[in-house]
Write a protein that binds this ligand. Structure first.
Ligand SMILES: Cc1cc2nc3c(=O)[nH]c(=O)nc-3n(C[C@H](O)[C@H](O)[C@H](O)COP(=O)(O)OP(=O)(O)OC[C@H]3O[C@@H](n4cnc5c(N)ncnc54)[C@H](O)[C@@H]3O)c2cc1C
Length: 507
């Protein structure tokens, strides 16, 4: 068992105040650790949880929106305990693994609404194929194949294959799945690794109440004393493995954290919660010495995708009362294999970026607002365009697909997760050919690695964040659990030395 540093309590720095960083801080504080500092680069905590009020008094979520699953979901549990769930339950009535309901209107390119029964038949078939992949029931031949090719082969062999309309709706399902998975294309996404992700029971789309996800963050924030969280504090470099002589501060801390503004903090333990996207861009300069090879490999090999939302606010609702979403079915959409293949090595897709938009959904508590979803390289491209241009394109699509009188929007708002220098995308996906468990475990391993010859000071740099959870990556509950996991490593390390929160030493 490790001993406490001579001059006092362990100094712990947490890099990032997303839900994983806040969960780590709250766990440490509630276990009696008093020297905890959270450094956040942005001017607000929350990271990829960003609740805003751009259209009046009701909230809009630019990032996370739903709680995925109920049973065994600590975020659902927390929301329930604090009365933060939406009153209306989940609204998913169709059997497709997406937020689609029977009240969604599907339109084809020629402006005709598709019969809901026909759409449902294809969506249900698609859902069955996806369940097989999630439940690890795929034929071994798909182990090393893409999700796109698995879906195509199964569809080709099905009774639906003879129907042109079914083919087009199937393409829409693939596009929608691509958005859920945050990848550029399902042809670049591994079919054989999907089963590692665990979908919790109790509905995939549980809504948070009127306070939005921010209300959940507030639960953690309230548990931290003033001064623990420092915003506008980007960390530039983490020097680890410092020997006693190289440390200029008293107490011989093994880690030094250098901030962009020149401040230096010495620490016994640093928990890094920056997103995989941030690490992909910065890990080679952020750590001194550089990260071990297996960690760099994991950062490089795992995928970090882009998902963007486009909010359109209108003066008044122009869609029917019973319409829950307007979905766009192309003759040949970007998830059509032929279209995908011909787009490789060609920049032509940039002119047709809007074809990646799945459709426009209603937004809770905003009767006049629609939310469009787009993913992958097209989303990245869109983030570089003016909001006005994006709004015009969306209105053109809505007019031509529905044939309705669609007014110009009052306001357009895009999320820009890829452009955010401290996030660089939406969430993790597993590219074709990548061994997810191996890479995620390598990413999560603390430094110095256990295989290191001499570890005089273990747990110098620990890694949390959504990307480091093998079963629940991509989600807020996954991120939360990784923060708690890394806090627990430290708590365990000092378990018989620290005072408990009531001042007594734990036995
Ligand atoms: C559009 C979108 C929709 C989503 N929808 C859902 C959903 O419905 N349900 C769901 O469960 N999940 C959803 N997610 C995913 C969910 O938001 C994330 O999995 C989760 O919030 C990640 O939390 P985190 O703490 O791991 O990372 P982050 O939230 O990214 O936190 C990391 C923090 O580190 C900070 N940071 C980075 N670099 C530095 C540095 N050098 N110095 C200091 N600070 C730094 C960042 O600013 C950030 O605040 C969605 C995400 C997006 C983008």
């Amino acid at each position: 068992m490790a001993t406490l540093p001579v001059l006092g309590e362990p100094r712990i720095v947490i890099v990032g105040a997303g839900i994983s960083g806040l969960a780590a801080a709250a766990s440490l504080v509630s276990n009696g650790f008093r020297n905890v500092t959270v450094l956040e680069a942005m001017d607000r905590p929350g990271g990829r949880i960003h609740t805003t009020k751009p259209f009046g008094t009701n909230v809009i979520e630019l990032g996370a929106n739903w709680i995925h699953g109920q049973e065994g979901n600590p975020i659902y549990q927390l929301a329930m305990e604090h009365g933060l769930l939406a009153e209306e339950g989940t609204s998913i009535t169709m059997c497709v693994p997406s937020s689609i309901t029977r009240q969604d209107y599907f339109f084809n390119q020629s402006g005709t609404q598709l019969p809901p029964e026909q759409v449902e038949q294809v969506c249900c078939y698609f859902s069955k194929l996806m369940s097989k992949a999630f439940d690890q029931e795929l034929d071994v031949k798909y182990d090393l194949r893409s999700l796109g090719s698995y879906l195509d082969e199964e569809f080709k062999a099905s009774d639906l294959a003879s129907s042109e309309d079914a083919r087009k709706v199937f393409e829409w399902c693939k596009r929608s799945e691509c958005t859920d998975e945050a990848c550029s294309s399902l042809y670049e996404f591994s079919a054989g690794q999907l089963w590692l992700y665990t979908a919790l029971e109790g509905g995939f789309f549980n809504s948070v109440g009127s306070g939005g996800y921010q209300a959940l963050l507030d639960v953690f924030l309230k548990s931290l004393s003033p001064g623990v969280l420092l915003c506008n504090k980007p960390v530039k470099c983490i020097q680890w493995g410092l020997s006693e002589t190289s440390s200029s501060f008293q107490g011989a801390c093994p880690v030094r954290v250098l901030c962009e503004d020149g401040q230096q903090l010495e620490a016994d333990h640093v928990i890094v919660t920056a997103s995989l996207g941030y690490l992909q861009d910065n890990s080679s300069t952020m750590f001194k010495p550089v990260l071990p090879e297996e960690k760099m490999r994991a950062i490089e090999r795992l995928g970090f995708g882009v998902v963007s939302k486009i909010f359109l606010e209108f003066e008044k609702r122009f869609w029917p009362q019973d319409c829950a979403g307007i979905q766009l079915v192309w003759e040949e959409g970007p998830e059509d294999r032929k279209v995908y293949k011909s787009s490789l090595g060609d920049e032509g897709w940039k002119d047709k970026w809007y074809k990646k938009i799945c459709g426009f959904d209603m937004v809770a508590r905003h009767p006049n607002v629609l939310c469009g979803w787009i993913t992958g390289r097209e989303a990245e491209h869109m983030e570089g365009l003016q909001e006005k241009t994006v709004g015009e394109v969306c209105v053109r699509l809505l007019r031509s697909f529905t044939g309705w009188e669609v007014p110009d929007p009052l306001r357009v708002l895009m999320s820009q997760w890829r452009q955010n220098p401290y996030v660089r995308g939406a969430y993790t996906y597993i590219p074709l050919g990548v061994d997810a468990m191996r890479e995620q475990e390598a990413l999560a391993e603390p430094l110095p690695l256990e295989s290191c010859d001499s570890i005089s000071k273990p747990l110098q740099v620990l890694f949390a964040g959504e990307a480091t959870h093998v079963q629940f990556y991509t989600t807020t509950h996954g991120a939360y659990l990784t923060g708690v996991r890394e806090a627990q490593r430290i708590i365990q390390h000092y378990s018989d030395r620290l005072p408990s929160p009531n001042g007594e030493r734990a036995s």
